[in-house]
Ligand binder design. Structure first.
Ligand code: ZN
Length: 134
């Protein structure tokens, strides 16, 4: 069983909180205990888990990534979005989160972010569950 979450980014770089959408799928699937594997099937996007309470944190991550990997640089890729490809590889395309008692096991301040690096676009996140109570 594979599930998808649709994401619509609205700017060139953007972190989108998908935590509640992931939890909704867990609720629908009635998974009480196991692992949620989250995968982004895109070459210019990523997924990360970081602080969601203060929106400055995800802003600071984006600003720093943009500084480290500028949009314009000594890139050969003809599509012109090499910075987005590089950010995608650095951030990574997947994360795993433990599910316990029907809930994602996240720290108080943790949020699951879909990371857009070449928006705006329609995107999706693939979810695969490994349940240990069948
Ligand atoms: Zn490209």
């Amino acid at each position: 069983m594979v599930r998808y979450i649709n994401v619509r980014s609205r700017t060139r770089t953007e972190f989108i909180d998908i935590t509640e959408k992931v939890q909704e799928v867990i609720n629908e699937e009635e998974i009480k205990s196991g692992i949620c594997f989250l995968y982004v099937p895109h070459t210019t996007a990523g997924i990360t888990i970081n602080e969601g309470a203060d929106p400055s944190v995800q802003r600071d991550i984006q600003v720093t990534l943009n500084k480290l990997i500028p949009f314009e640089g000594d890139y050969l890729h003809r599509e012109g979005n090499s910075a987005a490809h590089i950010k995608s590889s650095i951030v990574g395309a997947s994360r795993s989160v433990i599910i316990d008692d029907g809930r994602l096991v996240l720290g108080t301040w943790q949020t699951i972010y879909f990371c857009e690096f070449d928006g705006p676009r329609h995107r999706r996140v693939v979810l695969k569950f490994i349940s240990d109570r069948l």
